[in-house]
Design a binder for this molecule. Structure first.
Ligand SMILES: Cc1ncc(C[n+]2csc(CCOP(=O)(O)OP(=O)(O)O)c2C)c(N)n1
Ligand SMILES: [Mg+2]
Length: 845
């Protein structure tokens, strides 16, 4: 690192505004750059044509300018660095910038992996024969894309944790590669304003992740305009990355400038570069060379002299480093060889490079998706695309013949580097997962009072001990192991640490000491739910990225799950992650003392919105065991690309033994747990979930004893699953009106039941209400809508109306609404049970 010379807004050290690697240290370029340039030009054309064509007849959108600025950054990677998957090598893991997707499709087209029809149907996935997804979405193109990136900031943080997870897998002996895969992540400079992008970068240095390379395409623009018009984004980023312990390589100026630097004996050229802000540099992009001569070089007479030999046009064409093949190669080579630190390449480019008048370097460039005929001709001429005038207006795709020098070169480079990228290859693997009987202990119940969290801790313990998949279990915790009672695992399984344990822990004398180890199994992430989710995703996709199925169990404070990092939960679906998410300390009233920002009554609803997520709200240990066992089977034997969300609570109660024949109901979402008293005329049904099933069970007794009501108590384990099944049937019925209608599970289950139906849970009412349309005669729901409060469980449950008394009153009210009991019975119960009818409603708006 050179001595710090200049301050930047971050206060961290920066080097002058020049290329980090001097021209003397530039290696010989190993490729045929002329052929590579022709190939790149074809990609530029096809990527542009794809977007322009799609938008000539539709309004599906797309981006031209991002790839236009990044083409060289990608092509150097494809031709010289990115290694594909081979027998004993999982392949480099490349996170492509989402908005550059047309460029990747254009390459796959030249490689012969995609057809003209595919390109024609860019962003028209429902067109006949299918189409290409807008951005990298493994859910939509499971054999092509590996990593979703387009929600800005997620690619960067995932790539960091992916690189660390690769090390973890290897340290634990779960992989056998000799050459370590590299993780490459391509980011926008605007994307760096996302907290997710930069918030975790110290991990890279701390873990010495020299298997990680970030390339930030510094075109100085985002969507609306400059990223830092009044400053310099490259300098700001350099300071931050250097401060965070990364190796920083700046690629600012192209080779044309090398000569100017030689001519400048005064040091004024560097001084002038340091003086200009990004807003100035953008102006030099769009104005003619005469403007740059006057305003940039012209500031100092000595500087003006060094460009005397250049025409205005030559000045205009002075390349930025990120468009210069040799400079980019130099940076990548140094990055790939660098030891001990991750590397960030800060490459300066022009947004919309090559679009000319149509948008090069302009503020509107990001939104550019159409080109008129004149602009198309200019583009064609600039990049020498053999397309004739008579067809140019149709923006035809162009692929040279298979025996052309370009295609041969391109295929040969990919052959040497091990195959095509991006590619998502899933090799079949069927780990030996335990069957249901492995969890037999859970079915006996326990008289000792325990919580579902404790039941989970027992479950993960026996899974870790399992001979078949014990080693594949990845427990992930964001600094809450002690809260959940998982700290006992520290000693037995160790916390993964690439450095082992360099100190004697303060509790070394105790049985459960804080144990870090190089082959530790637990990922103790510290207080980062985003980082923990990134680890969950890396582990949950290892079946695809490494051909090694690992099984993540990520346990966290449920309030800080989808509410806090919901975009990563959504991404887990897109990327086809598998595993178990455990939202512990769940329940607006069950977690009682922590108050408004901790008490969660809505994560189940968030989780319900993710198409591949199965949310469950188990009440008892045996339910949890049945769900986990079936999850293991579905995800790792049947190979379904789904994941599970389980609410866990910290209320202790005795766990009943499993009634016979309830497994199917547990998995489908509802089963009768305990029938109401015999011989009563009035019938009701109470659906309870989680610990609040206790309210239902006690209400059942009171209803029978005092009000002559026989109430069955049902355990509702998953309202979402009941709902999706009902919707599926309903839609089928709508589309097949002449055929015998299908009946959903919930309709079949409840078809013959009489009386009123009530649901009570520690969640907002919308959670049970998901099935209301299919409950005979409707569903009356009690729930915990509104902000939480700190108090005792009893008072909170009365406040929200989910305690025993409220459940009795609610059931009588639902019966009264059906004229099955008189209203005076409800009034009497309110009085008898001491509930204040004027108590405030927690939900005010
Ligand atoms: C989280 C998120 N917020 C907003 C957007 C919308 N968006 C897409 S591209 C873009 C600008 C990108 O700028 P930059 O990161 O500099 O990338 P460039 O195209 O310039 O390479 C924005 C705001 C998004 N995709 N994701
Ligand atoms: Mg940008």
């Amino acid at each position: 690192m050179k001595a710090p010379k200049k301050e930047n807004p971050s206060g961290a050290p920066t080097t002058p505004y020049a290329n980090t690697i001097p021209v003397e240290e530039q290696p010989q370029y190993p490729g045929d750059w002329r052929t590579e340039r022709r190939i790149k030009s074809l990609m530029r054309w096809n990527a542009m044509a794809m977007v322009v064509k799609a938008n000539s007849t539709t309004n599906v959108g797309g981006h031209i300018s991002t790839y236009a600025s990044a083409a060289t950054l990608y092509e150097i990677g494809f031709n010289h660095f990115f290694r594909g998957a081979t027998e004993n090598f999982p392949g480099d893991q490349v996170y492509f910038q989402g908005h550059a997707a047309p460029g990747m499709y254009a390459r796959a087209f030249l490689e012969g992996r995609l057809s003209e029809r595919h390109l024609q149907n860019f962003r028209q996935e429902l067109a006949e024969g299918g189409g290409l997804s807008s951005y990298p979405h493994p859910y939509l193109m499971p054999e092509f894309w590996q990593f979703p990136t387009v929600s800005m900031g997620l690619g960067p943080i995932m790539s960091l944790y992916q690189a660390r997870f690769n090390r973890y897998l290897h340290a634990r002996g779960l992989t056998t590669w000799k050459d370590e895969p590299k993780v490459w992540a391509f980011l926008g400079d605007g994307e760096c304003d996302e907290v997710d992008t930069l918030g975790a970068i110290t991990l890279g240095a701390r873990e010495n992740l020299d298997n990680l390379i970030w390339v930030i395409n510094c075109n100085l623009q985002r969507l609306d305009g400059p990223v830092r018009g009044n400053g310099k984004i490259i300098q700001e980023l350099e300071g931050l990355f250097r401060g965070a312990g990364w190796n920083v390589i700046k690629v600012i100026w192209g080779s044309d400038w090398d000569d100017l630097f030689l001519r400048d004996k005064s040091g004024l050229l560097l001084k002038r570069m340091d003086e200009c802000v990004d807003g100035d540099f953008q102006k030099y992009c769009v104005e003619p060379g005469s403007y740059t001569r006057e305003h940039f070089f012209g500031k100092y007479p000595e500087l003006l002299a060094i460009v005397n030999h250049l025409s205005d046009d030559q000045i205009r064409k002075l390349l930025r480093g990120g468009h210069d093949t040799k400079k980019v190669y130099t940076a990548y080579k140094a990055a790939a060889e660098h030891k001990g630190q991750p590397t960030v390449v800060l490459a300066k480019t022009v947004k919309g490079y090559g679009l000319g008048e149509a948008g090069e370097g302009k503020n509107i460039s990001h939104q550019q998706k159409k080109m008129n005929e004149k602009e198309l001709r200019e583009f064609r001429e600039r990049f020498e695309i053999p397309i004739t005038d008579d067809v140019i207006a149709e923006t035809p795709f162009y692929r040279p013949s298979a025996d052309s020098a370009e295609i041969k070169y391109l295929l040969e480079r990919r052959r040497v580097l091990g195959g095509f990228l991006p590619a998502r290859i899933v090799k079949p693997a069927t780990p030996d997962v335990p069957k249901l009987d492995y969890f037999a202990d859970f079915f006996k119940g326990s008289t000792t009072e325990i919580s579902t969290t404790t039941a989970f801790v027992s479950a993960i313990r026996i899974l870790l001990r399992h001979k078949g998949i014990g080693k594949n279990i990845v427990p992930i915790i964001p600094d809450e192991a002690r809260t959940f009672g998982l700290d006992a695992l520290f000693r037995d399984y160790g916390i993964y640490s690439s450095k082992g344990q360099l100190y004697d822990p303060v509790d070394s004398e105790s049985l459960l000491f804080y144990h870090e180890a190089k082959d530790g199994q637990i990922l103790e992430e510290g207080i980062t739910e985003a980082g923990s989710m990134a680890s969950f995703i890396a582990s949950g996709t290892s079946y695809a990225t490494h051909g090694v199925p690992t099984i993540p169990f990520y346990i966290y404070y449920s309030m800080f799950g989808p509410q806090r990092v919901g975009d990563l939960f959504w991404l887990a679906g897109d990327i086809r992650a598998k595993g178990f998410l455990l939202g512990a300390t769940s329940g607006r009233t069950t977690l009682n003392g922590e108050g408004l920002q901790h008490q969660d009554g809505h994560s189940l609803l968030h989780a319900s919105t993710i198409p591949t997520c199965l949310p469950y709200d188990p009440a008892f240990g045996y339910e949890l065991a049945v769900i986990v066992a079936d999850g293991l089977r579905r995800m790792y034997v049947e190979n379904e690309d789904i994941f599970y969300y389980l609410s866990l609570y910290n209320e202790n109660y005795s766990m009943p033994p499993m009634p016979a024949g309830v497994e199917d109901g547990i998995l489908k979402g509802l089963y009768r747990f305990k029938s109401g008293a015999e011989g009563k005329k009035i019938k009701a049904h109470i659906f309870g979930s989680g610990p609040i099933i206790q309210s239902a069970l006690k209400a059942q007794e009171i209803l029978a004893e005092k009000y002559g009501v026989s109430a069955d108590v049902w355990s509702a384990t998953s309202y979402k699953l009941l709902r999706t099944d009902a919707i599926r049937c309903q839609r089928w019925n709508m589309m097949h009106p002449a055929e015998a209608p299908k009946k959903s599970y919930v309709e079949t289950l409840l078809a013959k039941e009489q009386g009123a139906f009530v649901a009570v849970s520690d969640n907002i009412r919308t959670v049970p209400d998901q099935i209301a349309p299919w409950v005979p005669g409707g569903l009356f729901t009690l729930g915990t809508d509104g902000f939480g409060r700190s108090d005792t469980r009893a008072r909170l449950r009365r406040f929200f109306g989910v305690d025993v008394e409220s459940t009795v009153i609610g059931t009588l009210y639902a019966l009264a609404e059906k004229n099955l009991v008189g209203r005076e019975v409800v009034a009497k119960a309110i009085k008898d049970l001491g509930v204040d009818p004027e108590k405030i409603q927690p939900q005010l708006v």
